[in-house]
Design a protein around this ligand. Structure first.
Ligand code: BDP
Length: 694
C-alpha cells in the first residue's frame, strides 16, 4: 500500500464478523438515478464489495438486507414518513426498519448529497466495526460551507505545499480530467467537504480569463455529483491586468461593471460557482486601500457581482499594514472590527485561528466574537508550514480543538469560538470553516501517511466543530490502518500528544515565529533585519539580558484589550494566564518562577528536551507497531520519524544555544549542551527546502 486509498481502503472484514454485516448489506436499492445518487450507489457498492462482498440489486421489501438509498422526494422514501425536516440541506438519517416485513436499512436525506454523506457514514460504521443491525442515527453539519483552500499556483507549484505538485493539471484541462479528480472528490465528500478554492490566495488574474474558466468548469462538472462547488481566488487588480482598465478602484463604475461581467461570464460556464476568495491589502497583494477605499468597499463590490447568482465573497482578515505598527498581532482586529455590520450578507470574513500566522500554538484570534453582525469564518492551516512540513508527525486535531473550544466570553461563559464559527452565538446562517489544503500529487496525497489525518480531522470538524478529536483520530487510524486495538490505542495516543511535542521542541511557553527565514524550515531564532521587523524572530521573542517574551498587556502593546474584558484581563494577569501562552503575552525575567518551581530559563530548556523525548517515544512506539502495518507504509513513517527526531534535536539545540547568549545561565542539571556551536546552526542554509525561492 502507498496511502493512495486514504481512509477509503475498504479491506475485507475478518471472517468472524463478515457474515453479520453481509446479512444487513446484501443488496442496494437506489430510489433514483440522479448523478449524485449514481455515485452514492457506486460508492456503496465499491465499499461493500471490498468489505463484505458484492451486493445484489433488489427493491426494498423484496428480501431482507436491502439498503434503500433515497431523498425525501423519492416515492420509495416519501412513503416511509421519516423525520427528515430537521436534517437541513446536507444532513442524513440511517435507520433500520421493516419494509413489507423485510429487514431494511434506509439511508435518506432531504437532498441527494445527504444520501451520499450517509453512504460514507454507513461504510465507516463497517470500516470501524460498529454494529449495523439496528441503526437509528441522524447527522447534519453545523457549518454551511466546509471548504478547502488550495494555495496552488497555475504553474502547479504549491505555496507552502509539501506533497508534490498541484493536483490541478491546468495544461491538460478541460479536455482531460485526471481520474484522480474523482478520488479527490470522493475523499472530500466522505468528510462532507463541499467547497474547494482552486488557486492560491496570492492570485494571478489569469485564473479569471476565459481559458481558465473553461478549465475550472471541467473540474466543477467532475466535482458536482459529490456536492463540491468550486471557488476561485480573485486578484483585486484583475480589472487592470485582464480588463484593460486603468484602475481597480471599487467605487469606479467601469471596475464594478468589469466584475459584474466577469461574474456573469463565470456563472454561464459554472452555474453553481461558489464565489471568490480574496486576499487584499496583505503582504503586497492589491486591494481597495490602494485607492483610499476600505475592505467594505472592496468586498461589497464583489458581493454585488456574484450575489444575483447566489455566490459568496470570502474576504480574508489576514492583513497587517505596511506602516509596521507596534504589534502585528493587533492588525486584523484593528482593521476589521469597526466595519461590523457593514459587509453585505453574502460576504464572509475569513479569520485565521490566531492573530499572527498558523504558529504551533496561538491564542484564538480576537476577531472571533468581536463582529456579531458579520459572517465570521474560520481559516485553519492543514498544510504544516510551521509544524515541520510533511516529515514531522503532528496531528493537528488538538490544535484545531483548542481554538474551537476557546471561550471568547463575549456573551458570557460558553461563548466558544466553535459557536461563533457555526453561527450559534449570533444566529448567523452563512458560516464557513476553511482549511488550507495539504494535498498534492504525491501518491499519498498529503506528503506523509499521518498528514492524511490532518485533512481528515479538518473535514470532520468542519461538519461538527464541537467533535472530539481523539475519537476522530481513532476512526481515522482504524480506517487507514487496522481495527486491531493493539495498534489503534498506541497510535492514537502518539498522535494526540504529537502537537504538544512540536510546541515543546519548537516554541515552548508561548514563544512564536522562531523559524528559518523565507522557507520557514527549521529553527531561526536569530533571524533579524530584512524589510520588516515583524517578519523576524527577534521581534517576537524579544530576548535580552532582562528576559524574554512579547508584552501584550496594557504595559506593552495592549493586544489583550482586543479580547472580551474577562479574557483580556486573564491573559494580562500572570496569576491567570495559562502557562502555555505565557511568553505570547508577557515579557518576563529569566528567573521568573514557573508553576513547576523552575525558573523560566530552566523550564524553557526542559520543555525543549521534553519535545525531543516525545519524538524518541514516537519512534519506539512506531517500531513496535510494525506487526500491524504493511511494510511500505511502515517504512515511510519510520523514515520520517527519524527525520523528525533529528530536527527536534536541532530545534532544541539551536534555540538553547541562541537564547543562552541572553540568559547567560547554565543548563539545568542533567540537560545535555547543544551538540554543535551556535555559529554552526546559524550558518546552515537550505537551498533545497520547499519554498526557498529556487
Ligand atoms: C503565510 C504564508 C504565506 C501566505 C500567507 C497568507 O507564509 O505564504 O501567503 O500566510 O495566508 O502563512 O496569505
Amino acid at each position: 500500500e502507498d496511502g493512495y486509498d486514504l481512509w477509503l481502503r475498504y479491506k475485507p472484514v475478518e471472517a468472524s464478523a463478515k457474515g453479520a454485516y453481509a446479512a444487513r448489506a446484501a443488496a442496494i436499492a437506489p430510489a433514483s438515478d440522479t448523478p449524485t445518487m449514481k455515485v452514492a450507489r457506486a460508492e456503496l457498492e465499491r465499499g461493500l464489495t471490498g468489505l463484505v462482498g458484492k451486493p445484489a440489486s433488489a427493491a426494498a421489501g423484496t428480501r431482507d438486507g436491502v439498503i434503500l438509498l433515497g431523498a425525501a422526494s423519492d416515492p420509495a422514501v416519501a412513503k416511509l414518513n421519516l423525520p427528515l425536516k430537521s436534517l437541513g440541506e446536507d444532513g442524513y438519517l440511517i435507520r433500520t426498519l421493516p419494509v413489507n416485513g423485510k429487514a431494511t436499512t434506509v439511508i435518506a436525506a432531504n437532498r441527494d448529497i445527504g444520501v451520499l454523506y450517509g453512504v460514507f457514514r454507513y461504510l465507516e460504521l463497517i470500516q470501524t466495526r460498529q454494529p449495523v443491525a439496528s441503526l437509528d442515527l441522524a447527522s447534519a453539519p453545523k457549518v454551511k460551507l466546509r471548504m478547502l483552500n488550495h494555495w496552488d499556483n497555475l504553474n502547479r507549484t504549491v505555496e507552502r505545499g509539501y506533497s508534490g505538485q498541484s493536483i490541478f493539471d491546468w495544461w491538460k484541462l478541460p479536455d482531460h480530467v485526471d481520474p484522480r479528480m474523482v478520488d479527490y472528490a470522493r475523499a472530500n465528500a466522505s468528510l462532507g467537504i463541499n467547497g474547494a478554492v482552486l488557486n492560491n490566495v496570492n492570485a494571478k488574474a489569469d485564473s479569471l480569463t476565459a481559458p481558465f474558466i473553461d478549465k475550472a468548469a471541467a473540474l466543477a462538472d467532475t466535482f458536482r455529483p459529490y456536492g463540491i462547488k468550486v471557488y476561485l481566488s480573485a486578484r483585486f487588480s484583475a480589472p487592470i491586468e485582464i480588463g484593460g482598465l486603468k484602475t481597480a478602484d471599487p467605487l469606479d463604475p467601469a471596475v464594478r461593471a468589469f466584475w459584474k461581467a466577469k461574474a456573469d461570464e463565470i456563472y454561464k460556464e459554472i452555474p453553481d460557482f461558489g464565489g471568490f476568495l480574496v486576499k487584499a491589502n496583505s503582504e503586497g497583494q492589491p486591494g481597495p486601500q490602494d485607492y483610499g477605499r476600505t475592505h467594505v468597499d472592496g468586498a461589497n463590490m464583489l458581493a454585488q457581482a456574484v450575489g444575483p447568482h447566489g455566490g459568496v465573497v470570502i474576504w480574508r482578515a489576514f492583513v497587517y499594514s505596511h506602516e509596521q505598527p507596534d504589534d502585528r498581532a493587533k492588525q486584523g482586529y484593528t482593521e476589521f472590527k469597526a466595519f461590523d455590520g457593514q459587509f453585505a450578507d453574502n460576504v464572509v470574513i475569513q479569520v485565521k485561528n490566531g492573530a499572527i500566522d498558523f504558529q504551533p500554538r496561538e491564542p484564538f484570534h480576537p476577531l472571533f466574537g468581536a463582529m456579531p453582525k458579520s459572517n465570521i469564518g474560520m481559516e485553519f492551516q492543514i498544510t504544516k508550514e510551521y509544524l515541520g512540513f510533511a516529515t514531522h508527525l503532528v496531528y493537528l486535531g488538538p490544535l484545531f480543538e483548542e481554538t474551537l473550544k476557546a471561550d471568547t466570553m463575549v456573551k458570557g461563559k460558553g461563548s466558544t469560538v466553535a459557536k461563533v464559527v457555526d453561527g450559534q452565538l449570533d444566529g448567523r446562517k452563512l458560516t464557513v470553516m476553511a482549511g488550507v489544503a495539504n494535498i498534492g500529487s504525491d501518491r499519498n496525497w498529503s506528503g506523509s501517511q499521518f498528514d492524511q489525518a490532518n485533512w481528515y480531522v479538518f473535514g470532520r470538524l468542519a461538519w461538527d466543530p464541537e467533535a472530539d478529536t481523539r475519537a476522530i483520530a481513532r476512526d481515522w487510524a482504524k480506517m487507514t490502518f487496522t481495527n486491531d486495538e493493539r495498534f489503534v490505542k498506541p497510535a492514537v495516543d502518539m498522535m494526540m500528544g504529537s502537537r504538544e511535542a512540536a510546541v515543546d521542541y519548537m516554541t515552548p511557553l508561548g514563544l512564536h515565529h522562531q523559524m528559518g527565514e523565507g522557507h520557514h524550515y527549521g529553527p531561526g531564532p536569530w533571524v533579524s533585519g530584512g524589510p520588516r521587523a515583524d517578519w523576524t524572530s527577534v521581534y517576537y521573542a524579544k530576548a535580552g539580558p532582562d528576559g524574554i517574551g512579547f508584552d501584550r498587556t496594557p504595559t506593552g502593546s495592549d493586544a489583550t484589550s482586543q479580547y472580551a474584558p474577562p479574557v483580556g484581563a486573564c491573559f494580562a494577569d500572570l496569576k491567570c494566564v495559562d502557562e502555555k501562552d505565557l511568553l505570547w503575552f508577557h515579557h518576563l525575567p529569566w528567573d521568573y518562577r514557573l508553576n513547576s518551581g523552575d525558573t523560566l530559563w530552566d523550564g524553557m530548556v526542559k520543555h525543549y528536551s521534553r519535545g525531543v523525548s516525545y519524538v524518541d517515544g514516537m519512534n519506539r512506539t512506531w517500531a513496535s507497531l510494525a506487526p500491524y502495518v504493511d511494510a511500505p507504509r511502515h517504512a515511510e513513517v519510520a523514515d520520517f520519524l527519524k527525520i523528525q527526531r533529528n530536527e527536534a534535536q536541532w530545534w532544541r539545540d539551536a534555540s538553547i544555544a541562541w537564547f543562552q547568549t541572553f540568559s547567560k545561565r547554565p543548563l539545568p542539571a542533567g540537560e545535555k549542551p547543544p551538540e554543535k556551536s551556535l555559529e554552526y546552526y546559524q550558518g546552515l542554509k537550505f537551498r533545497f527546502a520547499p519554498g526557498n525561492g529556487l
